[in-house]
Design a protein around this ligand. Sequence first.
Ligand SMILES: *Cc1c(COP(=O)(O)O)cnc(C)c1O
Length: 429
Amino acid sequence: MPASQAFERRLQPVLHAAARCFGTPFHIYDEQGIHETCTAFDEAFARTPYREYFAVKGLPNPRMLKILAGRGLGFDCSSVPELTLAAQAGAVGHDICFTSNNTSSDELLAALKLGALINIDDVAVFGKLEDLGQVPDTLCFRVQPSKAVDTGESYLGDVESAKFGIPVTQLVDVCARAQRRGVTSFGLHMMLGSGFLSTEPFLRTVDLLLEQAERLRAELGITVEFINLGGGLGIPYEPDQRRFDLAGLGSSITERLERWERQHGVRRPRVLFESGRFVTGPHGVLVTRVVNRMSKAREYVGVDAGMSALMRPAMYGAYHHITVPEGGDRPTEVVDVVGSLCENNDKFARRRELPAVAEGDLVVIHDTGAHALSMGFNYNGRLRPQELLLRTNGSVERIRRAEEERDYFATLDFPPLRMAPEDISAGAS
Ligand SMILES: *Cc1c(COP(=O)(O)O)cnc(C)c1O
């Protein structure tokens, strides 16, 4: 999807100045757009107690997390550094949910210390809490989808191979164990996948979780107090894709829960989300500059960013829309847009029709507000770019500097540590 026209209108007056002032490449995030998405969430779920826990892995920048915290969002973390980021943004206690997998005792201790709402991904992880002697009063249990719909970018509903969640056949046992250990408040979590553009997978998730909630009530007398539907709300990366119907999801979920409440005579659970992509994804773009034009069997546009800034096209074959700010009246041509990595899949676009560009032109890659910089890596000594924030008042802040060589070498000691000859002879004697 092209960035919203409103974002493009806000970006246009500052784009060249920002490129001059800070240099390229950079991701730039649109504060106004993020506020609008937060408002849309609040409106869609006005009739259902809900909370959105932003998935920190989507955009782990403290400045951005503070903006989201200011909107009342909590944070979904799955590692110790993500917990640190959430705490640093001001999140305390159940403002944080910890949805990890293959979790170590040290990670659990870090989450416990912050009082985070812990999502148990496996019986083994519950065993670790028991061993630590620190089973909290409130726990959430991640349930493995038993049957699901197979759409979306990455799909977790395949019981044969999904590493996430407690199989439904083990759920009652682990919850009974939790009851014996003093857990009094229960939640259930399920995430079917990511990048869904229809509401159907989420309604299916609600149904599957309510089914398990009924079992827990019948067999253990547990009232499930909240259901966490995970992340996975998609955004239209391609121009002709539809937008996710958030308002429709809100009203469908509300209806389902109200019906369930009437049927079963118990209070309906609160609804939690852990969205990443939907909250910030469309509100960021990667601004690059053309460094080379190359003519081979195809025409190539070489830009000054690559997979270290955005690896979704290489990793998932994902489409990211590309525009040329100065390209309005130019004739188009069909090109591959490439970075500099020694990997032939370091391409932002293949055979894309774009306005003709020359060395020095700016090229804007869309929808990089989530899972973009955060996924970047340093293979080939390629460094990650800076991040900028376009404020609601039109000013631009740099919220992360670009990596430099010193960052790449930060884990090395120069000159290399060597054993001295006398150490070797001492060890031999
Ligand atoms: C990645 C992830 C999310 C966020 O996914 P989005 O597709 O960005 O919404 C939420 N919860 C968990 C457990 C995840 O692994």
